[in-house]
Design a binder for this molecule. Structure first.
Ligand SMILES: Cc1ncc(COP(=O)(O)O)c(C=O)c1O
Length: 424
């Protein structure tokens, strides 16, 4: 039997079995739901997913010479939409600081129509350096806050025009699908046209919503049920005697790839009534999950000295990282050793499945590529007990001692050896 097994994979569905069942019973609704909600300063527009709403935004602003300034790392779906609607020479990368948590420098441009910001790793990025740029260019600022900070804040900054959110299976809030955007009320034309556009998309049928929900049952068990996962890992451990390729790394990566949040191809749809009902019922269910993520993250991060915090979690501001993905940064050339080390200890990991860079050439590419390649998701903290969180952090510290500290020492010794004989 596996010793010290961690009963968590690098993802988590923040809902109970009752919540899950409720999504099925919501399919029986016959009510027609509005695709928008008015608030005093902004309007919420509902969609089939976050990516379909982002594409709706891009369609609205589309023009021949559209110029966009954008953060270097974006979710695959956002990267694809930008490449679809903007000419490569009109996509300009925003320079971030080394920790990827602050805008260092905005690109120097004569004209800019849109700015797109992707917040990373469960917290909001510092956008102070964007304020003057926005004033100068009078551009529209859009933010992907799916992996951003607390949801009580509707926009990360006052100068944001549109913020986007997902309600997919592992997001905050969760409705097992769907997404929404917030847009400031002075964008009247955008509001009217976007609601009409989403309303005229092909309907998601109740049957296909049912199929999507049924497909999530094994995923729910795999992500949330500790005993189910324990059993699955024990079976995998047994089968490894016959096939060495069966290990937690290969299993988790291929499972995630073949079981995405929802249909990645036909996402330009109008949400079904069942999905709308699930969204309306769950807009506020983020409070409980943020509290859980916050408590667990604080236990985890406090296991590390400030030096190790900034080595493995350079983006961490000192508050909390909210979200189901427990993300760590590994130096690119140490990645194979890290994955092997964790796999040998039966700890599931996934190498950056979320963030992509643009296919066209950009400034700062090497820094960004190396950062992107070193992002790894380790077991989600949400479902772990305190002693398991400590065990996970101990394994990270042991990795540091074995590979990083040793390497640093070796470089120092090599330096000492190679400086001899002294030339004078
Ligand atoms: C940062 C980020 N942006 C956008 C999305 C896309 O959300 P959706 O799956 O609702 O389209 C995701 C989904 O994982 C994400 O993590």
């Amino acid at each position: 039997m596996l010793k010290n097994i961690l009963k968590a994979v690098p993802d988590y569905m923040p809902l109970t079995s009752q919540d899950f069942i409720r999504h099925f019973s919501n399919l029986l609704t016959i009510k027609q739901w509005d695709l928008w909600v008015d608030y005093k300063e902004y309007t919420k527009i509902l969609g089939y997913s976050c990516r379909s709403l982002f594409e709706t935004v891009m369609i609205y602003y589309q023009k021949d010479d559209l110029v966009v300034a954008i953060t270097p790392l974006n979710h695959t779906s956002f990267r694809n939409a930008i490449e679809k609607y903007v000419k490569p020479e009109n996509i300009h990368t925003i320079e971030l600081n080394k920790k990827f948590n602050r805008i260092k420098k905005m690109p120097e441009l004569d004209q800019c129509d849109l700015v797109v910001i992707t917040h990373l790793f469960g917290q909001d990025m510092d956008l102070t350096n964007l304020a003057d740029f926005k004033k100068k260019h009078k551009c529209v600022v859009i933010e992907d806050r799916v992996q951003g900070g607390p949801r009580d804040l509707k926009f990360s900054n006052d100068f944001i025009d549109i913020s986007l959110y997902s309600m997919a299976m592992d997001k905050r809030p969760v409705a097992m699908g769907g997404g929404y955007l917030h847009v400031k009320n002075f964008h009247k034309d955008f509001i009217t046209k976007s609601i009409k556009f989403v309303g005229n998309l092909p309907h998601e049928t109740t049957g296909s919503r049912l199929k999507e929900l049924l497909k999530k049952i094994p995923t729910f068990l795999f992500y949330n049920s500790r005993s189910f996962l324990f059993l699955a890992l024990c079976i995998a451990d047994f089968l490894r005697q016959f096939n060495k390729r069966i290990n937690v790394l290969n299993i988790t990566s291929s499972y995630r790839k073949s079981n995405p949040g929802f249909n990645r191809v036909t996402f330009m749809q109008k949400p079904s009534s069942g999905l709308c009902r699930s969204m309306y019922e769950n807009f506020d269910n983020y409070h409980k999950m943020e509290k859980n993520y916050d408590i667990k993250f604080k236990i985890f991060i406090n296991q590390f000295s400030p030096k190790l915090q900034s080595y493995f979690f350079p983006w961490f501001w000192g508050d909390s990282c909210l979200g189901s993905y427990n993300t760590i940064k590994i130096e690119e050339d140490l990645l194979p050793s890290f994955l092997r080390y964790f796999t040998n200890h039966n700890i599931p990991t996934i190498v950056n499945p979320s963030y992509k860079i643009f296919n066209s050439h950009h400034e700062n590419d090497l820094k960004v590529i190396s950062f992107k390649n070193g992002i790894v998701y380790i077991p989600s903290l949400a479902n772990l007990k305190k002693e398991e969180i400590i065990y996970l952090s101990t394994k990270i510290k042991q990795f540091y001692l074995k590979y990083v500290a040793y390497r640093k020492k070796r470089i120092q010794i090599e330096k000492e050896i190679l400086t001899y004989p002294l030339t004078n």
